[in-house]
Design a protein around this ligand. Structure first.
Ligand SMILES: *[C@@H]1O[C@H](CO)[C@@H](O)[C@H](O)[C@H]1NC(C)=O
Ligand SMILES: *[C@@H]1O[C@H](CO)[C@@H](O)[C@H](O)[C@H]1NC(C)=O
Ligand SMILES: *[C@@H]1O[C@H](CO)[C@@H](O)[C@H](O)[C@H]1NC(C)=O
Ligand SMILES: *[C@@H]1O[C@H](CO)[C@@H](O)[C@H](O)[C@H]1NC(C)=O
Ligand SMILES: *[C@@H]1O[C@H](CO)[C@@H](O)[C@H](O)[C@H]1NC(C)=O
Length: 307
């Protein structure tokens, strides 16, 4: 294929690097304006309402559908933050509407879909079961989400060539993803060393299988996070609470898993935009905005080269 457009994927893997996958081609007229569809795969850092629609997910999983989640937007939007996520800032930068969660019925998927599900791992559940590590009820690892993407394209493209044409004008974002793989093993006292290579190899293999003609690039989500952590006060974050959750209580980090954000009586800071961490696990809208800025700056040259 000639020039490329489309696809990048920040994917949080063990080194907390992002993985950017750049695909396909088109006539060069300003790379970003040529992207018409975005497909997101990932975990709660990108979930815009899939987890709450999966039966079997428990009420704790549904906090994203209740205040204070979403408070910066004036209402809960099923996102695990006070407001928008990185994927929202990316679609906004492309001039596209926010992506609807793929499990929502009767919504528009004209410009792509969000397949991310909170709690998802990169590796198959079978990998964990074999190691006696309990897995979340929602069995939606990267591989399952890729299958959703495949079926989605199969059921919405008019033909193979229509699909190819659409992917040429698409950005596929994978990640941040991989942190749940670590949590699972860590919380259950298993060694995490062996997961490391498995994660990267498995994620890359899946992606290369799925997008054989795509270019895979790495972007640095963790670097973006470090950047705002180190340089927080220049960026408007409150220095004294840079490691504290805005929503939460107790301990040096304002986090207590027995009294987490969204539980009765758990306080919320007056101004989430001064905080990096929203609830101890997820970041604030402002942190998402800043990290997206950082990542877009970083990957733009690669994207343009690929266009
Ligand atoms: C689905 O969306 C259409 C158009 O927005 C609307 O007319 C219809 O009532 C909706 N159906 C349901 C079940 O929400
Ligand atoms: C994941 O599971 C599927 C089917 O259960 C299998 O075909 C695939 O090879 C597995 N992938 C990995 C990376 O283990
Ligand atoms: C695409 O969908 C058709 C009709 O539902 C089905 O028969 C076919 O197996 C699907 N192909 C793929 C590659 O999923
Ligand atoms: C922090 O931000 C300021 C203002 O944007 C910038 O000049 C400086 O280079 C940044 N420092 C680091 C370490 O990123
Ligand atoms: C965490 O919350 C539980 C339940 O509210 C409480 O009993 C416990 O003392 C809290 N721990 C800390 C360190 O604040």
């Amino acid at each position: 294929m000639g020039s490329t457009r489309a696809v990048f994927l920040p994917l949080l893997l063990l080194a907390f690097q992002s993985l950017i996958l750049s695909c396909c081609s088109a006539s060069p007229k300003g790379p970003l304006s040529l992207i018409e569809n975005v497909y997101q795969l990932g975990d709660s850092t990108a979930d815009a309402g899939n987890l709450i629609r999966i039966t079997g997910s428990n009420s704790e999983d549904k906090v994203s559908a209740r205040l204070p989640y979403g408070e910066t937007l004036g209402k809960p939007t099923d996102r695990f933050s006070d407001g928008l996520l990185m994927v929202d800032y990316i679609t906004r930068a492309l001039g596209l509407p926010l992506l609807n969660p793929s499990l929502a019925r009767n919504r528009s998927f004209e410009h792509g879909a969000n397949f991310a599900v909170g709690g998802s791992t990169v590796l198959n559940s079978s990998f964990y079961k074999a190691k006696n590590v309990a897995v979340p009820a929602t069995n939606t690892p990267l591989r399952a989400q890729l299958q959703w993407l495949r079926s989605f394209l199969n059921s919405t493209c008019k033909s193979l060539s229509d699909c190819a044409e659409r992917l040429r004008r698409s950005l596929v974002i994978v990640g941040e993803m991989g942190s749940n793989d670590f949590f699972l093993s860590f919380l259950q006292g298993k060694s995490i060393r062996e997961y490391r290579n498995n994660l990267v190899r498995s994620a890359l293999a899946s992606l290369r299988r799925e997008f054989p003609r795509a270019t895979v690039l790495f972007g640095d989500y963790y670097g973006g996070y470090q950047h705002i952590l180190r340089n927080g006060s220049h960026l408007g974050f409150d220095r004294s609470s840079r490691l504290k959750a805005c929503c939460g209580t107790g301990g040096p980090y304002n986090v207590n898993i027995s009294a987490s954000c969204g539980s009765p009586g758990v306080p919320v800071c007056p101004d989430p935009s001064r905080f990096i961490s929203w609830d101890g696990l997820h970041l604030t809208q402002e942190a998402h905005r800043r990290i997206t800025e950082f990542i877009l700056d970083q990957i733009s040259p690669g994207l343009i080269r690929a266009t």
